[in-house]
Design a protein around this ligand. Structure first.
Ligand SMILES: *[C@@H]1O[C@H](CO)[C@@H](O)[C@H](O)[C@H]1NC(C)=O
Ligand SMILES: *[C@@H]1O[C@H](CO)[C@@H](O)[C@H](O)[C@H]1NC(C)=O
Length: 508
């Protein structure tokens, strides 16, 4: 096994040199900045399993998985990686890698089986409390996401994120977590990827809760989640920060969008697409003016009027809400996978439902001339992450940026030189953003620690540094070449473009 690995390594190295030459970057070793912390991430529904352990109730993803046809490979989240049962093994894997921190999320229906804060599950909160304790005992900092898509189903039955009362419910839930874990957890994320759970969940038919209210329900959810996020930030800032002294912010999927050519029309199409994709969530919090981006407000108002709606389908903020939401994130939480290119003339009436988010955006994104792979939304375009980081820096006065997800999806295999190749190129671009451009990036997080339940793609799409054997009752994990690469990166704190991938038989 070992000998074979060495032979393969030679072949890998040749591939990687070729790749970096093609990118026209000199093959120089780069030291990581001292203040850049490295970590790995997961999310509760994607790894925990134990969907009905103790008094846990069902989340919208439990419900969604039960309906045949919803998940591409017919799998569900019942057991996934069994991290609820085997979390100590996850900590051993994190220790093996040598990470500074572990980003995980809390399952709302596990902690509050009624959705409401009138009953706290002892088993549920006990699980997270032990996880936090044991991470700290092993020198790993816990970074906790309060909401990563698994809303209690009973709150969805009342409208979920489309109901403005969600701000109360979310604040109550967050308070329970600050009370129970805030003495030990010092970095909090309120919401993960608002676009994905609002637009995919309330406007398009492919993700939980599968409310297909295109161009209406999605925008209602967006307004409500912005207010809910701000409520939790203010709660922490006023009542908990003085004693707990932590930091709290939002995480936005900041995939890049740009024009398909240098024509002014295409450049404008790219800018509007980025305002829809990212600005809709970042502008209310990080801009000095506050509120939704002007381009998006104008576009949706115009289209709504043409379509006979008496008011814009994008609910307005009151002036008080605009002020209340401004400044409510201690850092810019940044997830990134790829880039889409937009041509202004790509829009043809009728290609999208009317009304809908995509119709409002008004152009079709493509990966241009870049070669897509089995998971197109991780198409390798490393220049895009640098541009997206610079957009954040230039638009919002150089805020602290925490990269909380970056990674590569494929269909499996442990000699994952494609994943290492992606990571090397993206980290190189991140270092350019720090060293050349002056972006203030303090964390970099690999998505994901291990293979897990990739939403509507189910278990067949793989993002793990570790492979998970779903046929094995213990869900044994095996280190991929990328896990060893990440371990080496952390140990040397040096990015080596000529890194020679290696494989060893390492199982947890
Ligand atoms: C998951 O649990 C549900 C509810 O009990 C059940 O209907 C379904 O068959 C389970 N899935 C698997 C793969 O066992
Ligand atoms: C980066 O952000 C941190 C946290 O806000 C701050 O302490 C630090 O001074 C910033 N660094 C730079 C170079 O702006």
């Amino acid at each position: 096994m070992r000998a074979l690995c060495c032979i393969l390594a030679v072949a890998f190295a040749v591939t990687l040199v070729a790749a970096s030459t093609a990118d026209n970057s000199a093959a120089v070793m780069r030291k990581l900045p001292e203040n850049l912390k490295l970590g790995a991430a997961t999310a509760s529904f994607q790894v925990e399993g134990a969907w009905d352990a103790a008094d846990k109730s069902e989340s919208i993803w439990d419900t969604f998985c039960r309906i045949p046809g919803n998940i591409k490979d017919g799998t569900d989240g019942n057991d996934t990686c069994k991290s609820y049962e085997f979390y100590q093994r996850d900590i051993e894997m994190l220790k093996f890698l040598g990470v500074d921190f572990y980003r995980f999320s809390v399952s709302w229906p596990r902690v509050l089986p009624n959705g409401f804060a009138n009953k706290i599950s002892e088993d549920g909160i006990g699980y997270y409390s032990r996880l936090v304790d044991e991470l700290l005992a092993n020198g790993i900092e816990p970074v906790v996401t309060i909401y990563h898509w698994d809303l209690p189903q009973n709150l969805q039955d009342l409208g979920g994120w489309a109901n403005p009362l969600i701000a109360d419910w979310f604040e109550d839930y967050a308070r329970v977590l600050f009370d129970a874990l805030g003495d030990r957890v010092k970095t909090w994320v309120t919401l993960n990827e608002p676009k994905q759970f609002a637009v995919f969940g309330y406007g398009m038919a492919f993700c939980a809760p599968n409310i297909v209210s295109a161009g209406i329900g999605d925008y209602m959810a967006i307004k409500n989640l912005m207010v809910a996020h701000a409520r939790v930030w203010h709660l922490y800032d006023k009542e908990y920060r003085p004693t707990q002294k932590g930091t709290i912010g939002i995480v936005i999927a900041t995939d890049y969008r740009e024009g398909a050519s240098d024509s002014p029309e295409d450049i404008e199409a790219g800018k509007i697409a980025f305002d829809f994709e990212v600005g809709l969530y970042s502008h209310p919090i990080f801009s000095t003016t506050g509120g939704f981006p002007e381009s998006v407000v104008k576009r949706i108002a115009e289209r709504s009027a043409q379509q006979g709606f008496p008011r814009s389908r994008l609910p307005e903020f009151t002036p008080e809400e605009i002020e209340y939401i401004k400044g409510t994130s201690d850092f810019f939480g940044f997830n990134h996978y790829s880039t889409l290119f937009y041509a202004a003339d790509s829009y043809k009436p009728g290609i999208f439902d009317i009304p809908s988010y995509n119709d409002d955006l008004g152009a079709v994104g493509t990966y241009g001339s870049y070669a897509t792979t089995s998971v197109p939304h991780t198409t390798k375009i490393p220049g895009g992450i640098r541009k997206a980081l610079n957009w954040v820096k230039d638009s919002y006065n150089n805020p602290e940026i925490m990269i909380f997800e970056n990674g590569f999806g494929n269909l499996g295999g442990n000699n994952d030189i494609d994943r290492i190749d992606y990571y090397l190129a993206y980290l190189d671009a991140v270092l350019d953003a720090i060293e050349v451009d002056g972006c203030n990036i303090t964390r970099y997080t690999a998505w994901s620690l291990m293979d897990n339940f990739e939403w509507n793609s189910g278990l067949s799409v793989k993002f793990g540094l570790f492979e998970v054997d779903y046929n094995d009752d213990k869900r044994t994990r095996t280190a991929r070449a990328s896990a060893l690469w990440f371990k080496d990166l952390i140990a040397t704190r040096t990015l080596d473009p000529d890194y020679e991938p290696r494989l060893e038989e390492i199982k947890f």
